[in-house]
Design a protein around this ligand. Structure first.
Ligand SMILES: NC(=O)C1=CN([C@@H]2O[C@H](COP(=O)(O)OP(=O)(O)OC[C@H]3O[C@@H](n4cnc5c(N)ncnc54)[C@H](OP(=O)(O)O)[C@@H]3O)[C@@H](O)[C@H]2O)C=CC1
Ligand SMILES: CCCCCC(=O)/C=C/[C@@H]1[C@@H](C/C=C\CCCC(=O)O)[C@@H](O)C[C@H]1O
Length: 329
C-alpha cells in the first residue's frame, strides 16, 4: 500500500463565481495494495491547468463531452508521468505516458486504456511539452488553423489571435506564419507578453488589451483589415476584432475564456452588431473541438514535434500555466 497526496474539489464557485484556491484541498490517501491485470502504477511528473477545467467545477459543465468534477473527489485532467509498476503487455517500467484523465495525485493506479505512451526523444526530453505545444493545446492550434482557418499561402492574409500568449494562441499564431499569412497579430494582457510574442515567437505585432483602446491599436497593426481570427477569448475583444474583419473572412471559434465565469451557454450569445457583421460580410464562424479530430492527432504530434525541434515553432515556456512541480515519492 502507498500513501499519496492528492487534490480534491472542496466546493464549487457557482456558475458566476471566480475560482479561488479554497475551492480545492490537498489530502492524503491510500493507493493499492493490488495492481489488477491491465493496470499500471504511475508517478505524476507534470499536470496541466486548462481553461475548460473552470467548466468542470460546475455541477453542469455545459458541454456534453465534459464531466463535472465530483465534490471531495480527486480532480483530473491532462498529465504526464512515468510507469513504476506494470501488469500490462503494452507498458513497461520507466515508460513515459500521458492521459486526458490524469488524477491530480502523486502516484496513481491507471488502466492501460486511458494512457498513451509518449517518446521523450520527440521533444528532446522536455516531456512537459506533451501537455503544451506538442500536446492537446498544440493540436488545437494546428487543427484549428488547418480545419477552420482557410489560410492560403500567397493570399496576403492577416491573422489575429486572441489569448495569443497562451498555450493554444502562441502556437496558432506561429502556425499562421508558417502556413503563409503575411501578418500575424496577437492580443494579450501585458507588455511583457507582447514583447515575447514579437521578439521571441515572430508575431508581426501585439496588442495589450489592458492598455488603451483595442480597436485603435488593431487598426494600426492590421492596416489591410483581418482575414482570419483565431478566437480564444470571446466577449468585447472578439467584437472589436470581428468589426475589423474583411469580407469572406474566417473566425476559428476555439474558446471563449472571458465568459467562463458567467452563467451563459457555450458558445455565449453574440451582440447584435457582431452577429450582423458576420452575416453582412459573409464571415464563417464554426465551432472547433480538437476531440473531434482524433484520427489526425498522431500525425499532428509528429508535425508539431518536428517544428519544435527545428526551431520553427518556439515554446513559450514561461507563458504556460503548467504546474511544474515535480512530485516526489
Ligand atoms: N476548442 C478546443 O478544442 C479547445 C479549446 N480551448 C480553448 O482555447 C482557449 C485557450 O486555451 P489555452 O491556450 O490552453 O489557455 P491558457 O491558459 O494557456 O491561456 C489562456 C489565456 O487567456 C487569457 N485570458 C484569460 N481571461 C481572459 C479574459 N477575461 N479576457 C481576455 N483574455 C483572457 C489569459 O492571458 P492574458 O493574461 O494575456 O489575457 C490566459 O493566459 C480557451 O478558451 C480554451 O477553452 C483549449 C483547448 C481545446
Ligand atoms: C464549455 C467549455 C468549452 C471549453 C472549450 C475547451 O477548452 C475545450 C477543451 C477540450 C478539452 C477537454 C478535455 C477532456 C475531455 C474529457 C474530460 C472529461 O470530462 O472526462 C481537451 O482535452 C480537448 C478540448 O476539446
Amino acid at each position: 500500500m502507498l500513501l499519496v497526496q492528492r487534490v480534491v474539489l472542496n466546493s464549487r464557485p457557482g456558475t458566476d463565481g471566480e475560482p479561488v484556491p479554497g475551492h480545492f484541498r490537498v489530502e492524503e490517501a491510500i493507493v493499492g495494495p493490488f495492481l489488477k491485470e491491465g493496470q499500471v502504477l504511475v508517478r505524476t511528473l507534470f499536470l496541466s491547468v486548462d481553461p475548460y477545467m473552470r467548466c468542470r467545477m460546475n455541477e453542469d459543465t455545459g458541454a456534453e463531452y465534459l464531466a463535472p468534477w465530483g465534490l471531495s473527489e480527486c480532480v483530473d485532467g491532462g498529465g504526464v508521468g512515468v510507469v513504476e509498476l506494470s501488469r500490462c503487455d503494452g507498458l513497461s517500467v520507466d515508460d513515459m505516458v500521458t492521459s486526458f484523465n490524469w488524477h491530480w495525485q502523486t502516484q496513481c493506479l491507471m488502466d492501460e486504456k486511458l494512457l498513451q505512451k509518449v517518446e521523450p526523444q520527440l521533444v528532446d526530453g522536455h516531456i512537459s511539452y506533451f501537455l503544451g505545444a506538442v500536446g492537446m493545446p498544440g493540436l488545437t492550434a494546428l487543427l484549428g488553423v488547418r480545419e477552420k482557418g482557410h489560410v492560403t499561402d500567397g493570399a496576403n492574409q492577416t491573422m489575429v489571435v486572441s489569448g495569443a500568449a497562451g498555450a493554444c494562441g502562441s502556437v496558432a499564431g506561429q502556425i499562421g506564419r508558417v502556413d503563409g499569412c503575411t501578418r500575424v497579430v496577437g492580443i494579450c494582457g501585458s507588455d511583457e507578453k507582447c514583447r515575447v510574442l514579437v521578439e521571441d515567437l515572430g508575431f508581426s505585432a501585439a496588442v495589450n488589451y489592458r492598455q488603451g483602446d483595442v480597436a485603435t491599436a488593431l487598426k494600426e497593426s492590421c492596416p489591410n483589415g483581418v482575414d482570419v481570427y483565431f478566437d480564444n477569448v470571446g466577449g468585447p475583444i472578439s467584437d472589436a476584432v470581428i468589426a475589423q474583419m474583411n469580407n469572406d473572412g474566417h473566425v476559428i471559434l476555439c474558446g471563449q475564456i472571458s465568459q467562463y465565469n458567467k452563467d451563459v451557454p457555450y458558445p455565449p450569445p453574440l451582440c447584435d452588431e457582431t452577429r450582423e457583421a458576420l452575416k453582412s460580410k459573409n464571415i464563417t464562424r464554426e465551432r472547433f473541438t480538437v476531440l473531434n479530430y482524433m484520427e489526425k492527432h498522431e500525425a499532428g504530434i509528429i508535425q508539431l514535434s518536428q517544428w519544435v525541434r527545428e526551431g520553427q515553432i518556439k515554446v513559450g515556456g514561461n507563458l504556460r500555466q503548467i504546474i511544474q512541480r515535480c512530485w516526489r515519492r
